[in-house]
Write a protein that binds this ligand. Sequence first.
Ligand code: R7I
Ligand code: MG
Ligand code: MG
Length: 349
Amino acid sequence: GGPASLSRFRGALVAAVLGDCVGGEFEGAEEVPMESVLQHLSSLDDETKGNGILEYSDDTAMARCVVQSLLTRAGFDEQDMARRFAKEYSASPGRGYGSGVIQVLKKLSSPQLSDVYQPARDQFNGRGSFGNGGAMRAAPFALAFPDLADVKRFARLGAMLTHSCSLGYNGAVLQALAVHLSLQGALDLPQQFISRLITEMEEVEGNEAARNDARILKEAEKPFCERLHRVRDLMDRSKVSIEEVISELGNGIAALHSVPTAIFCVLHCLQPRECLPEKYGGLERTIAYSLALGGDTDTIACMAGAIAGAHYGIEAIPQSWIKCCEGAEDADVSAERLHMLYHQSSQGG
Ligand code: R7I
Ligand code: MG
Ligand code: MG
């Protein structure tokens, strides 16, 4: 489809859910042989196995809250979104939430709370979380707002409800930007895609708060920009081992160690790769490759899935995968509604 087509919206939201559901199998594993990944993925095609449904985790649970809030309020409403996070957590606390964020979600359900951003600020001795929990649910912001400045602003505020450290919420901004650009067809020119992201993040990381957090955490002056430069270096090379990707970019639970990694997975899998089956299309390659990195596999595959899905569209996603994953059909329905909201706002309505 063309820029911002319905197929791209559906691809983005559905592939994010798939990444989370199929990635759950390997979350936290240090080493994941590609063979195990391919076995896991081919078991989804095998109907005789009747392997039931793969459940989604906190990544999708929170993304669904973001989607429902953006649709119901026809825009960003922090009170409404915070309430939905709290309600979802208390209804299904067993979805694998990060150990820190649970405290925020409990505080957000208090009716006495006046500032919905305060519980997030209290995390980790007042510096806030740098986990990837803001980034894992950032894709819907790119699907709700056509304007780049809105995507950046609302992805940041949406993440700040749980992640007040700039290394947390700027990861969400980067993820939303990547989905936004992919939706426009920007992955047709991968070099320009990564340059655009670097230019945008130069501005995003250019303020006092970001500089301060980076200094305290002993990171580069502009940590996400630095990582994006590493992504660019890796994508210029003809051969890259999984070990190098992990050591250069990371595969962990911090936004800094997972959002650039997810972006790299998408870029690396734009072409066929030796380690992946020839019959796989780009979307399948991206998901498989993300899982083979190990570490925070559900989240990296979820984020890479959203970016890749926005590029390849819904047609690239195997039906058998959709059928196996809890929430995939719902995501497809929501994507259509987001597509309408997006195109209403781009007409200035
Ligand atoms: O970021 P968050 O929502 O976790 C998301 C991850 C994804 O992989 C999900 O799939 C799920 O598995 O969890 O939750 P947080 O609790 O805010 O952050 C996650 C973890 O990162 C924390 O439990 C800490 O171990 C670590 N962390 C920090 N550690 C020290 N100092 C995050 N911020 C800090 C920090 O400032
Ligand atoms: Mg999870
Ligand atoms: Mg995870």
